[in-house]
Design a protein around this ligand. Structure first.
Ligand SMILES: Nc1ncnc2c1ncn2[C@@H]1O[C@H](COP(=O)(O)OP(=O)(O)OP(=O)(O)O)[C@@H](O)[C@H]1O
Length: 958
């Protein structure tokens, strides 16, 4: 019995084979064609007609009504004729050819799979490969054959746009034998399976019955497009010719066809200018004379005096050598260098600072190498209207940290025409970053000499401040003997009875794990060892942390001071907002770094125009300070004494490298009496690192993850199979999402341990939404054949077809809210996640320009951002745009650690933010090439009762 999958593939090939005869509904006639023409092709082992029909019906590719068969390919017919039929007795060809070898062609394969598909796939791979390598050769007219088309092609590419769907668009290829000899037109096909066109020619050319063209004779192939969906539909048309029907080497001519169907919104959002990539130039050392620029006014009012020194921590030169060797040839690391690295491989308190200094140096060296890639040449700057002391510079990519430029950072510019050494280098300080524009403060000397259109070369520099803080932190960890905090043995742990608590957040009363965790933290049951709270997304880690802080503040008052930290500002803001529900806001202080733009701070957290670092005494009066880990370093510099903070709470602890986390501990927390609490999920976004060497030697592992992986106190007991709850709390009840939303992450990352506890009314709020493909399953995967594009000289990607679909869903949500049992919505209930900054920008632009959406008067509250910006956040409805539509860029995503593909952790965070409805918009063909997304397709298949091997394809719900 053949598998349904095998039968379906044969069925789809049969449909393709039928060509124009697809409209034939007679079961008997189709059966005859199947057996007499299709199934008996040489070497084929297709299943029986009834098995094929069964598979087609089961997978919605055919319907049977009153004994008649309706093949489900219209109007999206994929009915170009397949002509992989070898002429009987054809001899093996000799000589080189553009074509696949003869024994790889159908009829010569012994594979039990369908050879039509295999050979066509092979042909497609080969032709596409050759197109990349030598496009000119493949697309050139040759052998006397002239291939023209209507519409006319240019450089082998034929592009056309249709404005309206479901309207016929005809492309004609004219084949003219312009040579002196006769020629056989033996074969043609489209090398992509996009079901939006049919191929037709009068005499049904096949290798079995080629068309003979005498000199001067011509022939026509017609491609009929019927686009049912907006998007971008590329195809590669392959035409094959032979000077002699039996005994000569065939050759081919290829044309690329791009059909585009777009709305006016898509046209409006399209590229503003063709993409011109930034060219990387080689760097040569030159003698320079540096002229200092003007830093921005400190918007932070600095009342906190710096009393603890921060060293410079420059890396030793031998390390640069080592890193360079490694970068160029990892085989030839000197043995001394190798030993140095090996010596620090196993982390102990004894080598703690030494090891992290080394790894941080390696990271810095790599950062220096990477930042050079962004150097700009021959750039013009402009004077800022209204503030002529500043110059603006366009920095493509800055919005997605390529390069990372923050307020207060420094850039080095020199006049492009300056060639005489020493070259004058002007340092410019970043006053403001606005999308891809930076505003820079330079010295008077440059401003006075500045004239419009002056050309400059620009070098970016790295911000060493966070690195320096990390170096100091690992040193302080040794100085203050944090051994029992960083490598706890559990020896000093006293057994204390847990107190009865009056819980502030009543939700926790129903969750014994959360409740117990709070009790343990309040009583300090793990002290001096850290207490870990870990669990999958939405299991209430942050809520537990916040309740524990409330309880510590309330129960142990007045002897406690809390430092609440997270790696990112958005996670800190969330902590702060939740803390202020139960703690008097005057007792909580949210301290921001000077690099933070006050305009990006949530209104309820910004109490004054500028940020203030109050003096030490004032700071020490607050019950709770909320800061990022890096800003916690300022508290150390400001001389807040060790032991002032009785508790340090770290949320999203899995996102920071260990030395970053230690900034908030070393020099602040008492090693004997302090309580450290770390919350996080190692399966969500981790630290981002550049140096492969540092990664290889473990810098990518967070403190939370290291303790969980390497310290027995934080592992399940082999006897009981349970965690020791004095040290670790594992949360498994998910309070955020509908089970359908959790299905994929639960299976892929959490061994199906995650339990659904979200409020039933909330989680099922969209289960009856009329636009769901399956009622009761509030997940939509919407397949879009879009195009990932870039514009001007920005390296960031966007995909307008996906923006159009997102906007369409938003409009549907707006139209249906408050009707038929669907709750009323405000824009703040919705979040849109996109992997690239340009796509975020295009979505924001679309939100502003679509009139229908302006009904939401809080439209500004609709958050559009990257996954990083959504970590720890949730919304009722999440829409995700995956953008990627060409396989060629997937490698780039991996190298730059961007995008959704090849990054499980980013995928996990993105799909676990929604409470009641998740809509993913993406290209199924590309996503299926990634194992995580492909699995996603398989898992959904069960739900949708599809039976196919085609991953996400079956979920395409145009
Ligand atoms: N015991 C509980 N009962 C009901 N709802 C809860 C409970 N604990 C947490 N929640 C709710 O679950 C949602 C997720 O909580 P929280 O943000 O604390 O999860 P998290 O584990 O920190 O998530 P992430 O890993 O995504 O950062 C919130 O809406 C919160 O109010």
């Amino acid at each position: 019995m053949p598998s349904v999958k095998h039968s379906l593939e044969s069925g789809l090939d049969f449909i393709e084979f039928l060509g124009d005869r697809i409209s034939n509904n007679s079961k008997q006639e189709l059966k005859n064609i199947y057996y007499s023409e299709f199934r008996c092709r040489e070497g084929l082992k297709d299943p029986s007609f009834s098995s094929v029909l069964y598979a087609l019906v089961k997978c919605n590719k055919a319907r049977i009504r009153h004994g008649q068969i309706f093949l489900n390919v219209t109007p999206q017919a994929r009915v170009y004729c397949d002509q992989w039929r070898k002429p009987p007795g054809q001899k093996k060809q000799s000589g080189s050819s553009d074509l696949p070898k003869e024994d790889e062609r159908p009829g010569h394969t012994s594979s039990p799979q369908n050879p039509v598909l295999i050979s066509k796939r092979k042909l497609a791979t080969e032709v596409l490969h050759k197109l990349k390598a030598n496009r000119k050769k493949l697309t050139a007219d040759k052998g006397g054959v002239e291939l023209t088309s209507e519409p006319v092609s240019s450089g082998g590419k034929l592009q056309f746009t249709v404005d309206r769907l479901r309207e016929l668009f005809v492309v004609r290829f004219h084949i003219l034998n312009n040579g002196k000899d006769c020629i056989y037109f033996t074969y043609y096909t489209a090398l992509h399976k996009i079901r939006c066109f049919t191929l037709d020619d009068e005499r049904r050319v096949t290798r079995a019955s080629p068309v003979y063209l005498c000199p001067g004779e011509s022939y026509q192939v017609v491609v009929r497009y019927m686009l049912n969906h907006y998007g971008y539909f590329p195809a590669t048309m392959y035409f094959e010719f032979c000077p002699d029907a039996t005994d000569s080497t065939p050759f081919c001519i290829v044309r690329e066809v791009e059909a585009i169907a777009q709305t006016s919104l898509a046209a409006e959002l399209g590229p503003v200018a063709p993409y011109t990539p930034h060219r990387v130039s080689t760097y040569t050392a030159v003698e320079t004379l540096v002229v200092e620029g003007v830093p921005p006014d400190i918007s932070v009012v600095q009342q906190l005096k710096m009393t603890v020194k921060l060293g410079d921590y420059k890396y030793p030169s031998y390390l640069k050598q080592l890193a360079r060797q490694r970068l160029e040839d990892s085989e030839h690391l000197s043995s001394a260098a190798r030993q140095k690295l090996q010596a620090v491989n196993s982390l102990k308190m004894k080598n703690y600072s030494h090891r992290f200094h080394l790894l941080l140096y390696l990271e810095e060296i790599q950062m220096e190498v990477d930042i050079r890639k962004y150097d700009l040449h021959n750039q013009t700057m402009n004077q800022v209207q209204g503030d002529r002391k500043l110059l603006t510079l366009r920095v493509p990519g800055v919005a997605e940290n390529r390069p990372s430029v923050l307020r207060g950072d420094c850039l080095r510019v020199s006049k492009s025409e300056d060639t005489v050494q020493p070259i004058t280098v002007f340092t410019g300080y970043v006053h403001r970053v606005e999308l891809d524009i930076v505003k820079l403060g330079f010295s008077k000397r440059l401003l006075q000499a500045f004239i419009d259109n002056m050309k400059f070369d620009v070098e970016f520099t790295i911000n060493r401040f966070p690195l320096k803080l990390q170096h100091r932190a690992v040193e302080l960890a040794t100085k203050y003997q944090l051994g029992e905090v960083l490598f706890p043995s559990g020896a000093a742990v006293a057994s204390i009875a847990v107190p009865k608590l009056r819980i502030f957040n009543r939700q926790l009363e129903n969750n014994p794990e959360q409740h117990a965790a709070v009790q343990r933290i309040v009583v300090g049951s793990s002290k001096p060892a850290p207490h870990l709270v870990f669990g999958p997304p939405g299991t209430g880690k942050t809520v537990t942390l916040v309740e524990a802080m409330n309880q510590v503040n309330f129960t142990l008052y007045p002897s406690t001071h809390i430092l609440a930290c997270a790696p990112s500002n958005s996670a800190c803001d969330l902590l702060c907002e939740r803390l202020m529900v139960h703690i008097d806001p005057h007792q909580v202080y949210r301290m921001y770094a000077s690099s933070k733009d006050p305009r990006s701070v949530p209104k309820n957290l910004l109490t004054q125009d500028a940020f203030v670092f109050p003096d030490k005494e004032t700071l020490m009066k607050f019950r709770v300070l909320v800061v990022t880990m890096v800003t916690a370093g300022r508290l150390v510099s400001g001389g807040i004494p060790v032991g002032h903070f009785t508790h340090v709470f770290v949320d999203e602890g899995g996102q920071a490298v260990e030395p970053e986390c230690v900034i908030a501990i070393a020099g602040l927390l008492s090693p004997e009496t302090g309580q450290l609490v770390l919350a996080g999920d190692p399966k969500q976004l981790g630290p981002i690192l550049r140096s492969p060497l540092a990664l290889e030697h473990g810098l990518g592992i967070s403190l939370l993850e290291r303790l969980m992986l390497q310290n027995p106190l934080y592992q399940k007991s082999s006897d009981s199979g349970h965690f020791d709850t004095r040290f670790v709390t594992k949360l498994l009840r998910n309070y955020r999402s509908h089970s359908a939303i959790l299905k994929v992450p639960n299976e892929l990352f959490y061994e199906n341990e995650l339990q659904v506890f979200a409020d039933q009314w909330e989680r099922e709020a969209f289960c009856k939404w009329e636009h769901l493909p399956k009622k009761g399953f509030p997940v939509i995967f919407h397949g879009v054949m879009g195009k990932d594009e870039r514009e001007a000289n920005s390296p960031s990607f966007f995909n307008v077809s996906e923006v159009v679909v997102l906007v369409d869903y938003l409009t549907k949500l707006m139209d249906t809210q408050g009707k038929k049992g669907i709750p009323k919505l405000s824009a703040r209930d919705i979040g849109i996640i996109a992997p690239y900054r340009k796509q975020v920008e295009k979505i924001q632009k679309a939100l502003k320009s679509v009139k229908a959406l302006s009904q939401w008067n809080d439209l500004k509250e609709l958050k559009v951002g990257s996954v990083e910006e959504f970590q720890g956040q949730e919304r009722k409805i999440i829409l995700i745009s995956t953008v990627r539509s060409s396989i060629n860029y997937v490698r780039m995503d991996k190298d730059f650690n961007i995008g959704f593909l090849s990054n499980e952790k980013r995928f996990n965070v993105a799909v676990t933010r929604a409470r009641s409805l998740l809509i993913v918009v993406g290209n199924p063909v590309i996503l299926n090439k990634d194992p995580t997304w492909e699995n996603c397709g398989y898992i959904f298949h069960e739900v949708f009762a599809f039976s196919s091997s085609r991953g996400l394809e079956c979920l395409v719900t145009h």
